[in-house]
Design a binder for this molecule. Structure first.
Ligand SMILES: [Zn+2]
Length: 304
């Protein structure tokens, strides 16, 4: 290594590093090789769908281990808060339904960043209430969801590093609630509280590893959704339809010549009625829902 006069060995090394095209090329090559390896890793070949939001086919908690161990960060993996803002709403029960993520304050157009390095699994408008949504799957198997975006800046199957801008914030999907980022963390479609691992005031991870317990995970479709038969039908629908049949507001299923709709996150009786050209009153009457009763995520509504 050549030394530049007047610089210490360390400074010279840094100059060499930043100026050397060879080293830059080598770093790029190594990065591409590692990305290729990720492409063939099971985590990126199994249950990989760019159109089905919940591709793990509703396995139910029974198929989730009692605890799962994740390496969140190592010497080459960094973490970045998706948006440096206050939290408007926490993970947990809210308005009679389960709020499966954090609502982070932002203004329309603010940059939203990848929390961890990963591959873009889903990047499109979702009619189930998420609006413009990006889902990243990380090498450890966890997924992060970034919802209500104004613009999506990434494409499916693209690799992104932590801190990469994946979109801009807004309120698509839930216009009535103002601009915010709805951020979720999921394992095999099962949501859990991001604050289990993120120290929000410090904007960093609480630890380099995470042990996730089954009791902390919430199913993609609420257990109140009904019978195993219903889940089986949704599973079949998700397998046979390239759209979001089983995951979004288009979750309409046929059963014994009757048509049903399974209530999804972000939907209201009004928005569901509108989808099917009906009035809220018609749906209330059909389903015997009083005016003082609310619908819940996972609830099955008769449509006719
Ligand atoms: Zn939210």
């Amino acid at each position: 290594m050549a030394f530049t006069p007047g610089l210490s060995a360390m400074e010279a090394a840094l100059v060499d590093y930043t100026d050397s095209t060879d080293i830059k090329n080598k770093v790029q090559q190594e990065k591409e090789v590692s990305e290729c390896l990720f492409d063939t890793a099971h985590v990126y070949t199994g249950f990989w769908s760019n159109t089905n939001l919940f591709p793990y086919t509703y396995p139910g908690k029974a198929n989730i281990p009692d605890s799962v161990y994740f390496v969140m960060c190592d010497s080459e993996t960094e973490f970045c808060v998706p948006r440096n803002g206050g939290i408007n709403s926490l993970y947990g029960p809210r308005w009679g339904a389960m709020h499966k993520g954090l609502d982070i304050h932002l203004s329309k157009g603010d940059a939203v960043k990848a929390a961890l390095p990963g591959k873009v699994r889903y990047a499109q408008f979702n009619t189930g209430g998420y609006g413009n949504l990006v889902v990243l799957r990380h090498p450890n198997g966890l997924e992060t969801y970034y919802a209500h975006l104004t613009d999506i800046k990434v494409k499916v199957n693209q690799w992104v590093d932590a801190g990469k801008i994946i979109g801009t914030g807004g309120n698509t999907g839930v216009e009535w609630s103002g601009d915010h980022l709805h951020f979720e963390m999921r394992y095999r479609d099962h949501a859990f509280d991001p604050l289990l691992i993120i120290d929000w005031p410090k904007k960093q991870l609480k630890a380099d590893t995470l042990v996730l317990y089954k009791k902390n995970m919430h199913e993609a479709v609420s257990s109140s959704a009904g019978s195993a038969a219903l889940k089986k039908e949704m599973m079949e629908a998700s397998g046979s339809n390239s759209g979001e049949t089983a995951s979004a507001s288009s979750a309409t299923i046929s059963q014994s010549s009757q048509r049903y709709h399974v209530v999804q996150y972000g939907e209201t009786l009004y928005s569901i009625a509108r989808q099917y050209g009906k009035s809220s009153l018609e749906l209330r009457t059909l389903n015997r829902i009083g005016t003082d009763c609310k619908i819940t995520v996972g609830q099955r509504l008769k449509l006719c």
